[in-house]
Design a protein around this ligand. Structure first.
Ligand code: AMP
Length: 501
């Protein structure tokens, strides 16, 4: 057993939370203030060197939007030159630029600050709060990531935690952590579908739970769908209304857009409790005569539900896909477990009524379950118990040959750890090393491909050989990827996976 408990950290797109088990085996949550256990994942830079994390930073979204970074998790570990970044980077008032390593960074007072640095500040803050609450430091952690996080994104959060002085004992998928929490809460023997809709991503994961061990059966969802998309849709509606009424263009003004998105989020949260909300965002445009215009609107829950209907439908159809993949009907799911703050929207629950039982937020806490699940894994690791989970590969891993032919090597939903191989027969007989690009992709469309790296197969393995070598890809329990070349005759050589831009 390690000396100190292992801290479970849910570094979320919107909020971050932490939990651990103390010496007596009691679960503890990291307090943020008297009322809350959630630290807003927001960093405000007073200068390139001086920053503030959490609620104080969140208020700066209005006052100093250019230097207030939020939603960074959506961009961490992503190459700047990717379709996702091109589509989303201009929605923020802060500038997302290319860092020296080709990955996304934020431009703060003329300096490109890598997103791993921003993430590190949030993780460091929650770790220090945990230290103050526990009365001792934490040296190790379990981190959670969305089920659809790419291998590079997992590496990036690991780097961020290491920079905060923590050894990362495990990185697990958020819905799997939520299921661990559920399994320990109820100790059931059940099939559960974890519906995890947080700020930035949506994961639907089907699991069987038995004797507190979680076995993932299938995973799916939408890596590009989260609470922020709801906010943007509602803000888009506000913009249309305002522009129509005042004949003034505001959609190009990123600062105004950020303020409207912020107001949209607050209104959305409010409308989970009440059926109508009035909002006012002062001074968002100027008329030709120099006077200022405020934005005022009265939004009903019904009207909001119409605006976000398409997004709710996307969630429901992703659930259907997961069930179909596992060959199950909704009636065969014992409980639908809702996690992630966005599941508090009543329309989500209503749309999923066909499931026979839906978790209640009084029993299963949507926001804190993931951190608690991470703490449970931390406790199991510290006590060298059965770690209590069996996970699967979230996204297929494929290889692209020179010329563009692609071949899937590791299929989605393969249990980890795993090894899969690919015969390299038919590789060009060039003298030069042949590059093979390894990438992850939800489907075979080119746009959502995330290149992991390239391996080079030297001519010594090919030229003049009668039997072609084989490329083996290994994915570890923590989703780390490595490559080996298996030559005829049983010789194995590790291949370096080069992270090329
Ligand atoms: P999480 O990552 O789990 O903290 O979820 C954050 C997302 O949940 C954000 O998009 C929030 O706007 C959203 N959210 C939090 N509370 C509520 C609520 N009561 N109703 C609707 N959405 C909420």
């Amino acid at each position: 057993m390690t000396q100190l408990p292992i801290l479970g950290i849910d570094f979320g797109t919107t909020n971050t939370s932490g939990a651990w088990f103390d010496k007596t085996g009691k679960l503890k949550l990291v307090p943020i203030n008297e009322k809350s256990f959630m630290l807003p994942s927001v960093v405000w830079f007073a200068s390139a060197e001086k920053s503030l994390v959490g609620q104080g930073a969140r208020t700066q979204v209005i006052d100093d939007p250019k230097h207030t970074v939020f939603g960074a998790k959506r961009f961490i570990g992503r190459r700047f030159n990717s379709e996702f970044v091109a589509q989303h980077k201009d929605k923020f008032a802060f500038d997302i630029v290319e860092g020296p390593d080709g990955y996304c960074a934020v431009l703060i007072y003329g300096q490109a600050i890598p997103l791993t640095e921003v993430a590190h500040l949030v993780i460091k803050d929650i770790t220090e709060r945990a230290k103050r609450a526990a009365g001792h430091p934490f040296r190790e952690c379990v981190l959670t990531v969305p089920a659809h996080a790419t291998v590079r994104q997992r590496e990036a959060v690991r780097v961020a935690a290491e920079r905060a002085g923590l050894k990362v004992r495990a990185i697990i998928n958020e819905p799997t952590a939520a299921a661990l929490y559920y399994a320990n809460l109820k100790s059931p023997h059940q099939t559960v579908l974890v519906f995890d809709l947080g700020g930035g991503t949506f994961d639907a994961t089907l699991m069987s739970v038995k004797n507190r061990v979680v076995h993932v059966l299938a995973t799916g969802g939408d890596a590009f769908l989260g609470g922020t998309d709801f906010d943007e849709a509602i803000a888009g509606h506000f913009v249309q209304h305002f522009e129509r009424q005042n004949s003034v263009q505001i959609s190009q003004n990123r600062t105004v857009m950020q303020r409207l998105i912020f107001a949209a989020e607050n209104t959305k949260i409010f409308l989970s409790k009440v059926t109508r909300a009035d909002l006012r965002v002062p001074v968002i445009a100027q008329k030709q005569d120099g006077s200022f215009l405020d934005f005022a609107y009265s939004l009903s829950r019904a009207e909001m539900e119409k605006i976000v209907e398409r997004l709710v439908e996307r969630c429901a159809s992703a659930c259907d896909d997961v069930l179909e993949r596992a060959g199950l009907q909704p009636e065969q799911v014992d409980e639908l477990v809702l996690v992630g703050g966005q599941t508090r929207m009543p329309a989500i629950r209503e749309r999923l009524h066909r499931f026979k039982q839906i978790s209640s937020d009084k029993e299963v806490n949507p926001e804190l379950g993931v951190a608690i699940g991470a703490a449970i894994l931390g406790r199991n690791l510290a006590f060298k118990r059965d770690i209590g989970l069996k996970d699967v590969v979230p996204m297929p891993i494929s290889v692209m040959m020179p010329g563009g032919r692609t071949q899937e090597v590791i299929a989605a939903n393969t249990p980890v750890p795993c090894r899969a191989s690919l015969s390299l027969e038919g590789l060009p007989a060039w003298e030069a090393p042949v590059p093979l690009v390894i990438f992850e992709s939800l489907d075979s469309t080119a746009t959502d491909r995330e290149v992991y790296g390239t391996v080079h197969i030297g001519s010594e393995w090919r030229v003049g050989k009668e039997v072609a070598p084989t490329l083996a890809l290994d994915m570890g329990q923590d989703f780390a990827l490595s490559a080996k070349l298996l030559a005829p005759g049983g010789m194995q050589t590790s291949l370096q996976i080069v992270d090329q831009r």
